[in-house]
Design a protein around this ligand. Structure first.
Ligand SMILES: NC(=O)C1=CN([C@@H]2O[C@H](COP(=O)(O)OP(=O)(O)OC[C@H]3O[C@@H](n4cnc5c(N)ncnc54)[C@H](OP(=O)(O)O)[C@@H]3O)[C@@H](O)[C@H]2O)C=CC1
Ligand SMILES: CC[C@](O)(C(C)=O)C(=O)O
Ligand SMILES: [Mg+2]
Ligand SMILES: [Mg+2]
Length: 343
């Protein structure tokens, strides 16, 4: 088994007297900044004036311009959207980076695909939480954490690995498990996971199930509960006990249906498509497409986003969630409009 590091395995003195600049205060940024601050670290957030700036001030976090925050920092964690990182890096981060500082990321995309090239006189590492930023904060506050991967690309000080481990512990990942990786492995597996399984695969599966039921004449509300709402309850059981743990709680009828019908829906053809997706990630084709889409001001991203928001599952879901205040309360997006309006 790979070595997994936990809270008590990690010495954190190496980070204790360092100033940490967290650039960006969105999903990951607010979680890293607040968790590190609560872990006793000296944190400054680097931002432009705007909603996130106001939110960070309201949260009691020290805020400066990106240039000023970077100039005084020993560790600079870049938590801007991936597509904004190269420009902000060139214009505001690189000119202000101290020699011997560490440049850090939560995802390897820009370093791996050469969109950000660090100078030779800094450490470069990543600490990539394997979960959404809002959960990195929420689980930390609950006394738990989200697992993280860490990896070192460049080590000029000789302490990059120790600093990355201490940083991972500071955001709470030592409670869940910390694994060593490379920028290449993190980038390719993260992109694959979010495209084929966690986000892309899942939304397509849910919508296809919902459409199959509604097109057959069943009530949209029934289809919503069956194909989307209950998914969380089933996935929670997998999170706690794996596939077997989930199957223990469902009926034998459901388990038999799982065995005979699941592999007909997600089959060898699906796996062949997954391999295609992975190949395009590994070859750089996906990255090139995403970079060009942003350079063209996101015509396709915006069109698909607008179309998706009009899907019947979104409309019926919104109405049903209004009637379940306990669901609405824990919903990151509704909460985010108030607390992290930039997303
Ligand atoms: N979302 C997640 O849970 C995960 C993300 N990651 C990685 O973490 C990194 C951050 O992603 P994520 O948290 O989703 O990012 P967000 O989209 O949530 O980041 C938004 C933040 O960036 C700020 N920002 C955007 N552009 C600029 C700019 N030009 N100058 C200054 N600030 C700017 C926004 O400020 P303003 O309010 O002013 O717009 C806001 O604070 C990415 O590398 C991503 O791949 C890794 C694991 C999970
Ligand atoms: C699953 C999506 C993710 O990779 C994440 C939350 O881990 C992301 O990029 O947001
Ligand atoms: Mg991820
Ligand atoms: Mg990702």
């Amino acid at each position: 088994m790979a070595q997994v590091y936990y809270h008590n395995d990690i010495k954190d003195e190496v980070l204790k007297n360092k100033k940490i600049a967290v650039v960006g205060y969105g999903s990951q940024g607010h979680a890293h900044a607040r968790n590190l601050k609560d872990s006793g670290y000296d944190v400054v957030v680097g931002l432009r004036k705007g909603k996130s700036w106001d939110q960070a001030v309201e949260d009691g976090v020290e805020v400066k311009t990106v240039a000023d925050a970077v100039a005084e920092a020993d560790v600079v964690m870049v938590l801007l959207p991936d597509e904004h990182q190269p420009k902000v890096y060139e214009e505001q981060i690189k000119p202000n980076l101290k020699a011997g500082a560490a440049l850090a990321f939560a995802h390897g995309f820009n370093v791996h695909f050469n969109q950000v090239v660090a100078p030779d006189n800094v450490d470069v590492f990543l600490v990539a939480p394997k979960g959404p930023g809002h959960l990195v904060r929420r689980t930390f506050e609950e006394g738990a954490g989200v697992p993280s991967l860490f990896g070192v690309e460049q080590d000029v000080t000789g302490s990059a690995r120790e600093v990355a481990l201490a940083y991972s512990k500071g955001i709470g990942s030592g409670r869940a498990g910390i694994l060593e990786t490379t920028f290449q492995e993190e980038t390719e597996t993260d992109l694959f996971g979010e495209q084929a399984v966690l986000c892309g695969g899942l939304t397509s599966l849910v919508k296809s199930g919902f459409e199959t039921l509604t097109e057959a004449g069943y009530q949209p509300e029934v289809a919503y509960f069956e194909c989307l709402h209950e998914l969380k309850l089933i996935v929670d059981l997998m999170y706690e006990g794996g596939l077997e743990g989930m199957r223990y709680s469902i009926s034998d009828t459901a388990q038999w249906g799982d065995f005979v019908s699941g592999p007909r829906v997600v089959n060898e053809e699906t796996k062949a498509r997954m391999k295609e997706v992975l190949n395009e990630i590994q070859s750089g084709k996906f990255a090139k497409g995403w970079i060009l889409e942003n350079q063209a001001n996101r015509p396709e991203f915006n069109a698909v986003n607008a179309r998706e928001s009009q899907h019947q599952i979104e409309k019926v879901g919104k109405e049903l969630r209004e009637l379940m205040p306990f669901v609405k309360k824990s919903q990151s997006k509704e909460k985010e409009v108030v607390t992290h309006g930039s997303r």
